[in-house]
Ligand binder design. Sequence first.
Ligand code: ADP
Ligand code: MG
Length: 390
Amino acid sequence: PLLPGSLVNGRPALLGVLGGGQLGRMFVHAAQSLGYETVVLDPDPASPAGMVSHRQIVANYDDPSALAELHASAHAITTEFENVPAEALASLALQRPVAPAAEAVAIAQDRVREKAHFVRSAQSSGVAPAPYAVIDSEEDLSKVPEDLLPGILKTARLGYDGKGQARVSSRQELAAAWRAAGSVTCVLEKLLPLALECSVIVARGRDGQVASLPVQRNLHRNGILAVTEVYEGSLPEDLASRAQQATRQIANDLQYVGVLCVEFFVLQDGSLVVNEMAPRPHNSGHYSVDACDCSQFELQVRALTGLPLPAPRQHSATIMLNLLGDLWFDASGNSRTLPWEQVLAIEGAHLHLYGKLEARHGRKMGHLTMTGASAADVRASALQAAALLG
Ligand code: ADP
Ligand code: MG
């Protein structure tokens, strides 16, 4: 392990992260609190993580000289988003511990490979993905089974927050949507009757030990996560343990090292369906910073450096509210000041702003985690906060 407080050439060990967004920023916070120094690679000189890191390399993720610099300086390297070129991770891994591995990231960034992996893990866990077909050509369009419609067409690569998706209810709509997406490789998934959505975050070490956070119940608005709730009774007990079991299986089958989040659907008949995974901490796990004794970001640091991964204990009921840029504007589109004094007067309110200099509609500016002694307490305070924010 790369021990906290150990000096390398007279300096604390340096942890590198590919990507400078809010996930990288919170990784940096966790790494620094354990005494590590950090270096962030991101093309934006004012990136949320770069602004709090000891060092930042301002360059693209596939810039060879930037990767060489990262390689030469960082003692272990992780990523905060899945669309880094997997080759960049693979080349870095030749001489440095890198977690997650390039291969796992390559699978997670491609819905076709991701679904194939889920189908494989389902043989042991019993939790399968939605019925789907891969669409790679005009010919594939005509072969799509009728019972996949109505469905959702998703580009295989680069989709997030509902982007790169289209709902289609007929073959004509499907063909039009596929062409509108640029005729790139897509998956068509059957549209399922969702009762609710949840996600599970695990951290897996090089020795195969796995720590799991409690199961998160998630509410999306316009394809973007809006609210995460984690408290006793937020999900049926048996469902939570099945989702955790399936997530462990998926991580083990990948020989995964690092933090992994798996999203699930719960259908109206109570059955569980696996949706997608992220090879990194996840927006739905932000509550763990304030409501658990070990956060998803500390788990990421620990998995990367080879430290122990004890099971995190949740000590407070919690509701996380995402703060999108929309809140920074009033009804007529003028920018407004948010009532933080009133919000922060509510007991158990924890505000996290990511230091982004410009608010835009749909942009994740921060989040507010409410904690309380009970589900009823935290529900009441989350309602109060939501009413103030409007
Ligand atoms: P993203 O990468 O944008 O998060 P997802 O595949 O998670 O893409 O889809 C975004 C949201 O769209 C999901 O959280 C869910 O609400 C809805 N959705 C996606 N696939 C299906 C489906 N097969 N049936 C019903 N709803 C779906
Ligand atoms: Mg999703």
